[in-house]
Design a protein around this ligand. Structure first.
Ligand code: 5GP
Ligand code: ZN
Length: 142
């Protein structure tokens, strides 16, 4: 029995074959499809077969497997597409740019002559004196 989120989730529908997709890889845990609105030629997304909304919900084991798969696909896609670089992007929450609330990892080939040179540029902040020490203290983790 599907829960509400799953019923309204585009990626769950893709997983169930209700919405067509161009699949480049599939195993027991993941499906990797071409993004319908690519930032660059070959832009793909790794989707866990189970519905997890974001990185916070994703089980550690699947997070590890997703990164191993991303590494494998980055090498494979770079060879096949002959791209010049590669971005892994993963958005969590609306403010972070997430539009589909089913965890996914973007695989974005980058081309020297591509049309999205500033895909990942941001305005930088300035820290006040002592602020980095306080932040590092706050964020320390064993
Ligand atoms: P987000 O903005 O949540 O990180 O990324 C969602 C991505 O899913 C977007 O890049 C968007 O183009 C892609 N997307 C949304 N709907 C569909 C769909 O029906 N099929 C495919 N293949 N990609 C989709
Ligand atoms: Zn889903």
């Amino acid at each position: 029995m599907l829960d509400m989120r799953k019923e309204n989730c585009i990626f769950c529908k893709i997983m169930e074959g209700e919405i067509p997709s161009s699949t480049i890889y599939e195993d027991g845990d993941f499906k990797v499809i071409l993004d319908i609105n690519p930032a660059a030629k070959g832009h793909a997304i790794i989707l866990p077969k189970e519905h997890y909304e974001n990185i916070y919900e994703l089980p550690e084991e699947l997070a590890g497997k997703a990164m191993v798969l991303a590494k494998k696909l980055a090498a494979h896609m770079t060879e096949k597409l002959e791209c010049d670089g590669f971005n892994l992007i993963q958005n969590n929450g609306e403010i972070a740019g997430q539009t589909v609330f089913h965890f996914h990892l973007h695989l974005i080939p980058r081309y020297q002559d591509g049309n999205n040179k500033d895909l990942l540029t941001w305005n930088v902040l300035q820290y006040q004196e002592g602020e980095t020490d306080k932040l590092a203290e706050l964020l320390k983790i064993d």
